[in-house]
Design a protein around this ligand. Structure first.
Ligand code: PMV
Length: 333
């Protein structure tokens, strides 16, 4: 009763910020994302009658172990998720879980997305549950909203739905559809102080939330069309528009939430300069200071080089579109 899964992080082109049902993690709006080839979580889950309790081992960089409040909170969420999976199977067997990220956790690269997607797929296989991709996406969503988008392949749409059964993600295009890149310029690799779960609880206190929600259906249509036509300029326009709108909501919440640092703003300005110089690149930023640079494969080298030359950029992670969560045969223990 042991299985291992790999799941990608994903970068949202249209963001998810705010829920209409906190417990079920039903979002206020649909969102669209791309799975990332080089930012992923590997998780092994084993269930046994012999285990007296659940043990969770997050094999991340040792420098993160000082942030115990972050680890403790994520441990509780993992155990709550194991309880969900056990309930489906009708068992009370305890589990051993070891999980490992290929990137720094909690820094605006969605570690909760890849983490809960990998945990869902590994635990479902270890418990021998027969579940469809849609059911896995729904289960992953209950662990962490954006995790539902890391289950299907490639370019993914999360339909907001109006119930647990209708709120799930599906693939719009396989990874090979368009040779895009997400070049992550990492400016900070320690966990953020306010996580997205608690941060978005206050989304409704922003006077800008309603305006953003009203604009979402039009933006979803524009992203779908840009993906269909592989139009990087059209895609870039709508991605940046929605990213800046989400951060305007965050910054006008009560209490306000600012994830952007001086380094973030420096990269935003650099992207605008590169674009005036003729490079097709845009930026997007999640709940952290790191900047995701979206471009086509042909511009990867030049943009990676330019990004790495900006002072304050500690690391560059180059991602291609990737498959969704999957089972692998090599275990972590
Ligand atoms: O589901 P969470 O808690 O990982 O929320 C993710 C929220 C953003 O990353 C800011 C936006 C998004 O859609 O990924």
């Amino acid at each position: 009763m042991k299985a291992t899964a790999i799941a990608p992080a994903n970068i949202a082109f249209i963001k998810y910020w705010g829920k209409k049902d906190e417990a079920l993690r039903l979002p206020l709006n649909s969102s669209i994302s791309m799975n990332l080839s080089n930012a992923y979580t590997t998780t092994t889950a084993e269930f046994s009658k012999a285990f007296p309790q659940d043990t969770i081992n997050v094999a991340s960089d040792t420098s993160f172990t000082t942030f115990t409040h972050v680890l403790k909170n994520s441990e509780l969420r993992i155990i709550a998720h194991l309880d969900r999976m056990r309930k489906l199977k009708g068992t009370d067997m305890r589990a051993r879980v070891v999980t490992k990220n290929s990137f720094p956790a909690g820094a605006g690269i969605a570690s909760s997305a890849s983490g809960f997607a990998a945990l869902t797929v590994a635990a479902a296989a270890a418990l021998d549950l027969s579940v469809s991709e849609k059911e896995l996406s729904i289960l992953a969503r209950l662990g962490s909203g954006s995790a539902c988008r890391s289950i299907p392949d490639g370019f993914v749409m999360w339909e907001e739905g109006n119930s647990s059964e209708t709120s799930y993600a599906h693939s719009l295009y396989p990874p090979g559809h368009w040779d895009l890149r997400d070049i992550v310029a990492v400016v900070q690799s320690k966990p953020k102080e306010v996580g997205s779960t608690s941060g978005m609880e206050a989304a409704r206190t922003s006077p800008f939330l309603e305006a953003r929600l009203a604009a979402i259906p039009g933006r979803i249509a524009r992203v779908k069309k840009a993906l269909e036509q592989k139009d990087i300029h059209a895609l870039g326009n709508v991605i940046e528009e929605d990213c800046l709108d989400m951060h305007a909501v965050m910054q006008s919440q009560k209490p306000p939430l600012n994830y952007l640092t001086d380094e973030t703003r420096e990269i935003i300005n650099a992207v605008r300069r590169w674009r005036s110089g003729g490079l097709a690149v845009c930026f997007t930023i999640d709940a952290g200071p790191n900047v995701h640079l979206i471009c086509e494969g042909k511009d990867e080298q030049v943009i990676s080089k330019k990004a790495s030359e900006i002072s304050g950029v500690q690391q560059i992670i180059v991602n291609k579109p990737a498959r969704g969560a999957r089972i692998v045969t090599e275990h972590l223990f």
